[in-house]
Ligand binder design. Structure first.
Ligand code: AP5
Length: 320
């Protein structure tokens, strides 16, 4: 298992990393812890990193990458590791890929732990840790008593608050996360490594979600397979009864088609014409009647002219 836990400050990367260490027996590599230890010891690296850490900025890539290279070369990482707080920008992600590529041991999973900003701020404000053993506590989710002391160490040292856990620095750290670290979500999704979990729930529920996500395929992997040529799974045919019922409903709902509407209009027009014919005489009849009338007229004219020719000529009254 070579895992990266990705998430904003206070999302629980450190807390969950420790649980994965116990579960899988692989080491946690936290760049934040390594840097804090260097600052505490006053090493040149620590001195160089101190200012950036206290103001909530990212420490220079060259410092962090040197530290990671050195840590990954140790023998306990041979069976796997959990990277907590690294990589934090695209340059670090590319450098990590190259480093792991050299030894032929690429990452196996990246888990994005999502928590909203209100909860992140609350968790960071309530965080306390033991200066001796480093155990992390939270005043809001644990019954620590009023004196806030470590329950793990025999001498019970008083718990301390991290110098970068003040309100002003937290706002800056959240902004740095959005601008520089969030682009890694798309980067690792593109590589087919990303899993996303809701890390807003209580610590145990988040552990369950995290362990389950590690055994699931990465986001977008199914789609990638389909694109690569494998046929998508066939859709299950619905049971016959359902199909018949659907058809019935559809028939009831059927709206008359344009053709049917046109046919109905035509037949209505035909009916009108037929009704007119019933009341009005047919064309032929009208024509016959006309012919008959004309003949009658001609006959009567003929009779009149015949009777005129039979009449004696009138005497001329004109004087000669
Ligand atoms: P780092 O130490 O990595 O800090 P961070 O990324 O800001 O993350 P945190 O440690 O604040 O939060 P976390 O997600 O580990 O949460 P935790 O489990 O503690 O970095 C510090 C600084 O170092 C950086 O600002 C930067 O300057 C420098 N740095 C580090 N890495 C670098 C890199 N790669 N490149 C450049 N610079 C780098 O939980 C938080 C609190 O919430 C705890 O109190 C915990 O008890 C509580 N809690 C956890 N889970 C839950 C839960 N589910 N419900 C309720 N409470 C919870």
């Amino acid at each position: 298992m070579r895992i990266v836990l990705l998430g904003a400050p206070g999302s629980g990367k450190g807390t969950q990393s420790q649980r994965l260490v116990q579960r899988f027996g692989i080491p946690q590599i936290s760049t934040g812890d390594l840097l804090r230890s260097a600052v505490k010891r006053g090493t040149p690296l620590g001195i160089a990193a101190k200012d950036a850490m206290q103001s909530g900025k990212l420490v220079d890539d060259s410092i962090v990458l040197g530290m990671i290279r050195e840590r990954l070369s140790q023998s306990d990482t041979a069976t796997g590791f959990i990277l907590d707080g690294f990589p934090r920008n695209l340059a670090q992600a590319n450098a990590l890929d190259a480093m792991l590529g050299e030894v032929g041991q690429p990452l196996t999973a990246v888990v994005l732990m999502e928590v909203d900003n209100v909860e992140l701020t609350r968790r960071i404000a309530g965080r306390r840790s033991c200066p001796n053993c480093g155990t992390v506590y939270n005043i809001y989710s644990m019954t620590l008593g009023s004196d806030l002391r470590c329950t793990n160490c025999a001498e019970r040292p008083a718990l301390v608050q991290r110098p970068d856990d003040n309100e002003e620095t937290v706002i800056h750290r959240l902004r740095v996360y959005d601008e520089q670290t969030r682009p890694l979500v798309a980067y690792y999704r593109g590589k087919g490594l990303l899993r996303t979990i809701d890390a807003q729930a209580d610590v145990d529920a988040v552990t369950t979600a995290l362990v389950s996500a590690l055994s699931q395929p990465a986001e977008g992997t199914a789609r990638r397979k389909r694109v690569s040529g494998k046929a998508p799974p066939k859709r299950k045919a619905p049971p016959k009864r359902k199909v018949a019922a659907k058809r019935k409903v559809a028939t009831k709902r059927k709206v008359p088609t344009k053709r049917k509407v046109a046919t109905k209009r035509q037949s209505a027009a035909k009916r009108k014409v037929a009704a007119k014919r019933k009341t009005a005489p047919a064309r032929k009849t009208v024509a016959r009647r006309k012919v008959g009338a004309r003949r009658k007229l001609a006959t009567s004219r003929g009779k009149r002219s015949a009777s005129r020719s039979r009449r004696p000529a009138r005497k001329s009254t004109r004087r000669r």
